[in-house]
Design a protein around this ligand. Structure first.
Ligand SMILES: [Zn+2]
Length: 288
């Protein structure tokens, strides 16, 4: 799909599973199991869906999935498998190598969003996978990731991002910003401090990369908030704000973790909201 000068593609990096109860917080399993059935270990299917934005600044990636550094135990806990060669495979099918990527926007530093930033070299040391890219971090998220709480520290693995900063590839921003014409970052704080959502907009169309504010289409109703969120009431207020705006502007919501639905629109439903199906069109081949 195209917005302004940008061509957008969804790239699936990994398939994995997370605990269904943790994904839906206080919502009873009889409700969420209707759309997201759990396996025998109570886990639901998840994906890591990155966004490739091609335009004047060069190829831009939004988030990079889990990547390949996890050991056997890690892969078993999360049933993680890189989808068809992972993110690198998806890029290569479009004629792109990791070295072609010019910018990587990191919504936040949880492992399922930034694990793919580094890979292990022969000596087992993590090295940047995108050596020619500027990597866009939020200051307060970086500060938090470097000294997380006991509650969320398992989500943060410094080997995912510190080699990027050590190599001088980091671009640390503080707060909302328009980093390129028509590409804006919006900070939200309920899931974790200063997670950045990414909006791509022109006069007619706009798309919101929802990250973990609305990780799947099933999370559109306001009370459907992940148990992982540090500040659930803050998430609720942020969802109210972004969903009201999405109705008004007919925003296409892009879901990072939904195993089936890439995008949807949203319409009011009583005092709440519900998904309005939308199709995602992208060319599977490139002329490159
Ligand atoms: Zn997260």
């Amino acid at each position: 799909m195209n917005i302004g000068p940008y061509q957008l593609r969804a790239l699936e990096a990994d398939r994995f599973k997370l605990d269904g109860g943790a994904m839906f917080g206080v919502v009873p399993s009889v409700l969420w199991q209707k759309t997201n059935p759990a396996d025998s270990r109570n886990r639901i299917d998840m994906t890591t869906r990155c966004l490739l934005i091609e335009g004047p600044p060069g190829p831009i990636l939004v988030d990079v999935g889990i990547g390949g550094k996890g050991d056997k135990k890690f892969r078993s806990i999360f049933a993680q498998e890189e989808a068809a060669g992972g993110l690198t495979g998806a890029l290569q099918r479009l004629g792109l190598e990791p070295g072609d990527i010019r910018h990587v926007i990191l919504t936040h530093l949880h492992f399922d969003h930034v694990g793919g930033l580094t890979r292990l070299d022969q000596a087992g040391a993590p090295q940047p996978l995108f050596p020619n890219a500027r990597h866009w971090f939020q200051r307060r998220q970086l500060d938090w990731a470097r000294s997380p709480s006991l509650r969320d520290r398992a989500s943060y693995q410094p080997t995912n991002w510190e080699p990027i900063l050590a190599a001088g590839l980091g671009e640390v921003v503080d707060g909302d910003a328009e980093i390129f014409h028509g590409i804006r970052l919006y900070c939200v704080n309920g899931h974790t401090p200063a997670m950045q959502l990414v909006e791509i907009a022109d006069e007619q169309n706009n798309l919101l990369y929802c990250a973990d504010l609305i990780p799947t289409q099933s999370h559109i109703p306001l009370p459907f908030i992940m148990g992982y969120d540090l500040e659930a009431i803050t998430t609720l207020r942020e969802k109210e704000r972004f969903l009201a705006s999405a109705v008004e502007r007919s925003t296409l919501l892009f879901f990072e973790h939904d195993p089936v639905n890439i995008v949807s629109r949203v319409i009011p439903h009583g005092n709440d909201y519900r998904a309005e199906p939308a199709t995602w069109e992208q060319e599977s081949t490139t002329t490159r």
